[in-house]
Design a protein around this ligand. Sequence first.
Ligand SMILES: [Fe+2]
Ligand SMILES: [Fe+2]
Length: 141
Amino acid sequence: MKATEVLVSQHVFLNTMLEEMGRAARTLETLAEIASFARLAETLARDHGRAEESFLFAPLDNVLVEKGQLSQLCFDHRESVGFLRQAQEPRQVEEARGLLLAGMARLREHFRDEEGVVIPLAEESLPPQLLEKLGDAWMGR
Ligand SMILES: [Fe+2]
Ligand SMILES: [Fe+2]
């Protein structure tokens, strides 16, 4: 599978998870429950972010930097994780819920933006055999 296809399939999986978690998050009653959802979303986002950075952004580094898009993608990662982290700190339940939902919504927007930027660039700048190799390495991680 090409690295671009792995990216999309991971986004599909993560979107499903985040959608379900978002629905359930509306009924959570305690800060501890909200914090555990936020921790799970943070772990999922961070693992995915690290993998895509190694297997797709790094090989595309020059092109993305040239277009000034790498810093925006990395900023999005930090911003969503920042909301999710804040949702794990002691605060009012409604405030924590708002941060959790904002972090998850930000992630979903980011997946869409990322696909729009990275997929066309990768298809245009990396040979298909390399994309296959990177995708296999990503899957075997
Ligand atoms: Fe990302
Ligand atoms: Fe991604």
